[in-house]
Design a protein around this ligand. Sequence first.
Ligand code: FES
Length: 946
Amino acid sequence: MTPEEFTGAVVLTVNDKKVEVAARPDMRLSRLLREELGLTGTKVGCDAGDCGACTVLIDEEQACACLVAAAQLEGRRVQTIEGIANDPIGRALQRSFHHHGAAQCGICTPGMLMASLDLLRRVEKLSLPMIEAALGGVLCRCTGYLKICEAVLDAQRFLEPDEGLAEDVLLPTGDGDASPAVATAYETRPATSAVAVGARVARLDGLPKLDGSETYGADKAPQDALWLRAIRSPHARARFSIGDLGAFVSNEPGIFRVLTAADVPGENSFGIFPDMKDQPVFAEGETRYRGEAVAAIIGERAAIDGFDVARFPIRWEPLEALIGLEAALSPNAHAVHVSRPDNVLVRGWVEKGDVDSAFHGSAHVAEGVFSTGFVEHAYIEPEAGFARRVGDRVEVFASTQAPYMSRDEVARVLGVEPGDVRIVPSACGGGFGGKLDVSLQPMLAIAAWQMGVPVRSVYTRPESMAATTKRHPSAISARAACDAEGRITAYAMEADFDTGAYASWGPTVAGRVPVHGTGPYRVPNVLNRARAIYSNGPIAGAFRGFGVPQAAIAHEALYDELAEKCGLDRLEFRLLNALRVADETATGQVLQASVGLDRCLEALRPNWKRMLDEARTLNAKRAVMRRGVGIACMWYGIGNTALSNPSRMRLTVTREGKLTFFNGAVDIGQGSTTVLTQIAADALGLPVTVFTLVSGDTDRTADAGKSSASRQTFVSGKAAENAALALRAEILRHTNAGPDARLSLQGSRLTVDVKGESSVIDLASWPSGHDGVVFEGVGDFDPPTEPLDVKGQGVPYATYGFAAQIVALDVDMGLGTVRLDHFVAAHDVGRAINPTLVEGQIHGGIAQGIGLALMEEYVPGRTENLHDYLIPSFGDVPPIDIILVESPEPLGPFGAKGVGEPALVPAAPAILGAIRHATGVSIREIPALPHRVRAALEAAGVALEI
Ligand code: FES
């Protein structure tokens, strides 16, 4: 059918049902499905065919629904995620994804499943390359793709018996856990309903991610919600004046209101730290970065969608902008904020021993300057949500990692009490630190508050990338020294981080980096200094590691050089210097327990030797492709740096026998909902299957702090354990039972069994509160830390995660391209509460480390989409072997620490070390894009002609 023949309605078959839909000929199928038919399982990540999240089947073939117009659909058969369960292969795929932990945040999962269904219907005997080719159009930012490949390869196994998904909550480990894509050296006990900790419990919140029913920020809003769109600066820095808004609104049908700074009822400023609320909701008079909001238009969907920003009455006067650290620190630079005339937002440092003498007296010294660029989070779910006024309160439903922080910031801009704001987190389609800061929440709340109607917004992909935070670009100048035997004697670092136009998490980066700057080694003399620098670049905020990944690139490169200078194998050099229990860190903290780095390195040794041997053999035969092997270690302080970091959890049992876990920790895909429930289940002594979960809503749960800094398993996990123990103690106290008692819960019968003697509590007949609660347990945890003194000495973290990773890769000596062959990652996680989820974090972290090392560089105005900004896709992530080391942390729940950030930190330095091993050339401007590698090879005189 041509657009001319189109009658305004299209008849098609969707999930085996014939439907007639009134639609413009150019309406995208994704919109038709989501908005005309209510099938929101088809997700929209980019609206440009780059991410594949909207993949559906049209006449049995996969297609991006955002690229297909209504006019092309007459008579076609469309299958979406909502119809996947109609197909036995589809059901098998769902079960396999669930079993293998192939969905983390889940926003890509509908697209992945539909592409997988397309493949499995066509091909019976699968191979990894087939999967990579068939699913290659769908991006995932969480999983590193390996568990998706495992799940697709293994799907046949789930064809029979054809049981319901819900019965698959607890899954024993079995043959299906190893595959050609992933091998794990970790053995875990089978899951049973009695023991949850250590079991591969399938994600408790996983089912809605597999059938399209999960509700992300863009998937829900009141019917009468108006739409909001921000007007943003096209310039990195500009003066502006807004014209006659009354006349504008009168002349724009469907646009009812414009909001500017003048409409902010409270403070027109927000930020992470109480004394650094420097970011306005709407800029006033001058913008400081490209993408900054100056106003917002609110109206009907069609008017907002079709609005041409050139019609907005604003006059721009571009001003000279400070782009990059050098410009921001130049003597003639203007002050981005008057409070910081030199553009230095904040300094952090750690000073220990006598660095000058140590360098002077050392046998070997290595030094270098390293730089990295902006890195975009590239979560597949752009920011989205709605706000509505409910009496004298405002409710905001949006994608966030930090509901309580959002609540407080929204209250600040509205000028109301925090209790007058309710944040209901949507499912979070990926965060990685980028959804810690508020984005659209203040604008939505102001609009709903002022207009008295619900208001919603969904950022476009370019808007999401331009307006929100990034990983800090860095310039790190570092020196390291060791004695003749290879013992590290000194480390000194000057690190500048471009925090962009506003503070965001700049202070956290400047504070965390000096502590971690030496890497996880004994270093008696340290002088680490870091600064966060304002510029007119994008706001740099939190991104998986808070500056530690950038610092690790520097220290691991220097330690490779020192190992070489003193004739030690790179792994043995690290093992010689690795922090162990009773060692002192750069901040003077004596590590008391749970320091498993030496065990990680020892576990890697056989692989390391084998991979080095393979490299020697290959390189003896090849000239163009050179094999290199790299190694890197990391440590990561779990939770906030030297700050209070509390979490509270609550469990209740009602008269009806309902056991509810009120958990304010937002699961951003990392699996905290499942892990915390496993912890609570074992501490309480009841299976996870009897828990009802309430998550994240600020009206219903207590503040668990942010899902950041790898803290939820350790901090909220301990709070969950404490809550469960408190509830258990309450129950046992009422039955005079001892600590060995076994509990069971069936309906309103709570049975307490002691050595075969049972007492039954009939909950229905017990006294209860007005909410029907009979028993309650509340648990708190705030990790013990100490403030850092004037020399940065103290106890910044209660515990640390440790890891070492090795990688083998090939470098094309002509083209400068890098092909990854194989990773082995050994991680000390304290205790793997759920090995499947831990592995998923490690895969995903390594994938993001690959992006940092080799691919990703955000350039404002040039890479504001997922076509020009490349993230790893299928085929970019090599096989990853995982070795889980359990060095229990006495403070942690069942010994657990955290793994979110630790998974990413060593990947990039290991890759860069492998490139150096392959070529003899150090790449110090990151990412190591092919042209940079080629240029470095040329400069070293080792490039081959092409
Ligand atoms: Fe794939 Fe989150 S699970 S993007």
